[in-house]
Design a protein around this ligand. Structure first.
Ligand SMILES: Cc1ncc(COP(=O)(O)O)c(C=O)c1O
Length: 399
């Protein structure tokens, strides 16, 4: 076994979840998904596909109809994205791994903005690349990027800059100005940008000037709410790969489907990598995705409003607890907070499960930079669970 594989850290979130094994009374907010199932119209399309006997291998890059639907969807949100730039992958995480396989090899430097979902730092590590962690810092209770320091870190030797925005776990989101500066800098250093934008639609900051968020107008023409994306500003030939997922905006975590937007000249190679990884995504899953995209603008705004309701239920209550530090996340589905005096997040999260029946993810799972913090996924069909969760936290803290 390769040493690097033996040394991969186990999931600290699972460790906390295991502390609550066999208990049905735990309010679980540790994983990054809603408790709401996939909408029926998506499930029906997949069932119909199975009924029709669509049980065979298919194209490496995805069904032509799905690729075309994704291209239309992405074009409506951003700039013109031709179908030739779209590759359907078996989940967002699979797309990100394939992107990394295409770009980074042993000895390459990959700079990753952290804290971040741990899979993003594990993937280049598995491939033998060296990961340079570039930490966000806390300012006034919220996470901020020191742009100049990041640009100084990304040099001619940097093969890939990996950035997840809106960010899991912090909710931190790149501004348009920051994206522009990063793109221009990476053009000079010939560094690839891998942008994980799976939370782009889980974005609450309607027209917020401060964060660069916008209501898509001109090309989108539809007033769609979407976080700033590198796809809004990049040229088709830029060294940019953007990773997306059906998991978050369509409540399809268990389906394992995502897509990449890549420069056109890269698509064929990505197809080969898909062949050697999974060969293709299941057809019935792709049929579900076609149905999802067809209803995207009927479905997503309502989902985001429900998530906004969850956020606005949880955040003021959390912030109101003495000793709790938390900032309102403009995007994503997490409250990232810390409690004064609780510096060991894994021990604290385990204690909350065992003593209070409250399941949260420890900040340490996302890197040393966020030790002492906790992540609370607020996506729920029943906001009263969040109210109860805060009560349990308050009781555990003897408030
Ligand atoms: C930042 C980020 N990127 C990518 C993913 C991958 O999503 P999936 O593999 O479910 O498509 C997740 C899931 O939690 C995530 O948080």
């Amino acid at each position: 076994m390769r040493t690097v594989i033996e040394q991969l850290p186990g999931s600290k979130i699972r460790e906390v979840a295991n502390a609550g094994l066999g208990r049905s009374d735990v309010l679980a907010f540790w994983f990054g998904e809603s408790d709401e199932p996939t909408p029926a119209f998506v499930r029906d399309a997949a069932v119909e596909s199975l009924r029709q006997g669509e049980t065979f291998y298919s194209h490496n890059l995805g069904l032509p109809e799905l690729r075309a639907a994704i291209a239309r969807y992405a074009t409506a949100l951003h700039r013109e994205i031709p179908v030739e730039r779209i590759a359907v992958t078996s989940s967002g995480v699979n797309g990100l791994m394939i992107a990394m396989q295409a770009l980074a090899e042993s000895g390459d430097e990959v700079v990753v903005v952290v804290p971040v979902w741990p899979n993003l730092t594990a993937q280049p590590t598995i491939l033998g690349a060296g990961v340079t962690r570039f930490p966000l810092h806390v300012q006034g209770g919220a996470w901020h990027l020191d742009l100049q320091a990041l640009l100084a870190t990304v040099t001619l030797r940097t093969r890939v800059l990996l950035v997840n925005s809106p960010n899991n776990p912090t909710g931190w989101t790149l501004t348009r100005g920051e994206q522009q500066a990063i793109l221009e800098h990476c053009r000079r250093t010939r560094t690839w940008i891998v942008a994980d934008e799976v939370y782009e639609r889980v974005w609450f900051d309607r027209g917020a000037a401060e964060t660069g968020g916008r209501v898509a107008s001109s090309r989108g023409e539809s007033g769609r709410l979407v976080a700033p994306s590198f796809l809004d500003i990049a040229e088709p030939e830029d060294r940019l790969v953007v990773a997306h997922s059906f998991s978050k905006s369509f409540l399809m975590t268990g389906w394992r489907l995502g897509w990449l937007v890549v420069p056109g000249q890269m698509t064929e190679s990505i197809g080969k990598l898909i062949e050697f990884n999974t060969s293709c995504a299941p057809v019935f899953v792709q049929r579900g995705a076609i149905a999802a995209l067809a209803q995207a603008e009927a479905f997503i705004p309502g989902l985001v409003e429900r998530m906004r309701g969850c956020r606005d239920t949880l955040l003021p209550r959390l912030a109101g607890l003495p000793g709790v530090q938390v900032a309102l996340p403009p995007g994503g589905m997490y409250a990232f907070f810390r409690v004064e005096g609780e510096d060991d997040s894994l021990a604290f999260a385990k204690r909350l499960v065992v003593e209070a029946g409250l399941g949260l993810a420890p900040g340490a799972a996302f890197g040393d930079e966020s030790e002492g913090w906790l992540r609370w996924c607020f996506a729920s069909s029943d906001p009263s669970r969040l109210v109860l969760g805060v009560q349990r936290l308050a009781e555990a803290l003897r408030l």
